[in-house]
Design a protein around this ligand. Structure first.
Ligand code: ZN
Length: 101
């Protein structure tokens, strides 16, 4: 038997409505709400303190199809710890850069 780590009893207060059999009055969506992309200048790519030259290089790399992991590593060499997921989110417009502010 594999014991799921998700079944740990770290949140004992969550069990009060699961055993009732009826619909829970409210669903805890805090995990999802916490994952909603932040709006208003939180994009790490936009906020990088890059020189104009490096900013142009970064934009060109994205426009020329360099992989997000490659760009992430390059940014790391430049001294910026940016995850490839962050790069991918930015290049696909799934970040605060595209949000109206
Ligand atoms: Zn962005």
């Amino acid at each position: 038997m594999i014991q799921s780590p998700l079944k740990s009893s770290t949140e004992p207060t969550d069990s009060h409505w699961t055993a009732s059999g009826s619909s829970p009055p409210t669903v805890d969506l805090s995990d999802f709400e916490a994952a909603v992309l932040p709006l208003g200048g939180k994009c790490q790519i936009r906020n990088l303190d890059l020189s104009p030259t490096k900013r142009d290089q970064l934009n060109a790399a994205m426009a020329n199809g360099f992989g997000s992991a490659t760009i992430s590593r390059t940014l790391g060499k430049w001294g910026f710890a940016v995850k490839s997921d962050t790069v991918a989110r930015h290049r696909h417009g799934q970040c605060s850069c595209k949000a109206p502010s």
